[in-house]
Design a protein around this ligand. Structure first.
Ligand code: ADP
Ligand code: MG
Length: 202
């Protein structure tokens, strides 16, 4: 099957493999302030994407992202499945193909707005948005992939001291403080993998 853009396969593989490699850590984080399924949920979604990889990479970027987002909605489950699915599908709907820097900035902004609307949440509530929002701002500000990855790392670490007011962790109230949010960590892992690919691509 012909590939529209060889970078697409590398990007999907890098993201999926990074998440799968950290599944146990995501499960541990979710065991502390949730129900312990985040590693399993994300692995199921990433394996679905890898299973569809040949068909996905035969599509243009935007169509491939829309299809991958659908896989995430169907396979990840939990609260994070529809949210990551919305993120990736909206990226696909909004991205120009092949992607440009301006196009990526606008698409990321639109995708994060869609996640906020879907989850009725915003930054500051100890969720994936506490990584995604500062990352989107760093991309808008023209930061390099390595700088964006560093923003994501710091933003993820900062969720440790936050009080959860959305999602399952919010049921714990004050006891949610002192643990990194699992969705913030999975977002950071994916962003780091993407940043590494973009950094290598030149
Ligand atoms: P569940 O909470 O249903 O078990 P997961 O464990 O797969 O689902 O995902 C939990 C993660 O989802 C949380 O760590 C948080 O980052 C994210 N999350 C939950 N609710 C929301 C929301 N309303 N908006 C954004 N992210 C959310
Ligand atoms: Mg969970």
């Amino acid at each position: 099957m012909s590939e529209t853009d060889p970078r697409l396969r590398k990007m999907f593989e890098a993201v999926a493999q990074a998440v799968i490699a950290h599944a146990d850590e995501l499960t541990e984080l979710d065991s502390a302030i949730g129900d312990g399924d985040h590693g399993h949920n994300m692995t199921r979604g990433m394996q679905a994407v890898l299973g569809e990889l040949d068909a996905l990479v035969a599509k243009p970027w935007n169509e491939a992202l829309k299809a991958a987002g659908m896989q995430l909605v169907m396979k990840v489950g939990g609260a994070s499945g529809p949210l990551y699915g919305t993120l990736v599908m909206t990226l696909g709907k909004s991205l120009d193909t092949p992607p440009t820097r301006d196009g990526l900035t606008a698409a990321l902004h639109a995708a994060i707005e869609a996640v906020m609307a879907r989850g009725k949440a915003s930054a500051g509530q100890k969720t994936m948005l506490d990584v995604l929002v500062p990352v989107s701002e760093a991309v808008s500000a023209g930061r390099s992939p390595a700088e964006v990855a560093e923003v994501a790392r710091k933003a993820c670490a900062a969720t440790k001291e936050m009080l959860a007011t959305k999602g399952r962790a919010s049921f714990l109230g004050e006891r949610s403080v002192g643990h990194i949010d699992p969705g913030a960590r999975s977002s950071q892992i994916m962003i780091e993998a993407i940043a590494e690919q973009l950094g290598d691509a030149k």
